[in-house]
Write a protein that binds this ligand. Sequence first.
Ligand code: SF4
Length: 193
Amino acid sequence: MIAMALACNPSLIIADEPTTALDVIMQDRVLAVIRDLQKKLGIAMIIITHDISVVAEVAEKIAIMYAGKMVEMGDIKKIFRKPSNPYTIGLMSAFPSIIGPKKELFSIPGAPPDLANPPKGCRFHPRCMYARDICKEVEPQLIEVENGHLSACHFAQEIFDGTMSTELEEEGLFDEDFMDEEELDDLSEEELA
Ligand code: SF4
């Protein structure tokens, strides 16, 4: 499949769920091939995936979507260091850390909405632990919480600044050690070089 995609000498490849249904060994090989192609051919790639660990291995920038809306986007290291959208925090807390202590994984309550009839205001509000009245009425827009890091949440800046803690943090379910500084640095120095 990758060879077919390269046959036309593209400048951009869009890979939709490139590692879905593969075992971890094959997954690792496919990601190694993708990283290799990025380096050797200088091809731009958009990877679409539900697996946040795949993004961590191959991407420089990340855009997180919920119910058809962009909820957080920017430099991957900045977002992994300080996620500033409740949906991103939920996603990261649902993923096991290989360096942190063993802990119960978080599961975002509820189910994705019917996109033919999405919730008013913020589409995530029926499932969000931070939701306030404004969230039911007003759709949040993307705001820049730091240079190159945007989040669409009424409380994005407070979450970024740490002045609005979450139930996840209070219960110790949000894993701040999702990736440590060394791993984050390796992303740019080794895999994204
Ligand atoms: S706008 Fe409100 S409901 Fe939406 S993510 Fe932010 S706090 Fe949650």
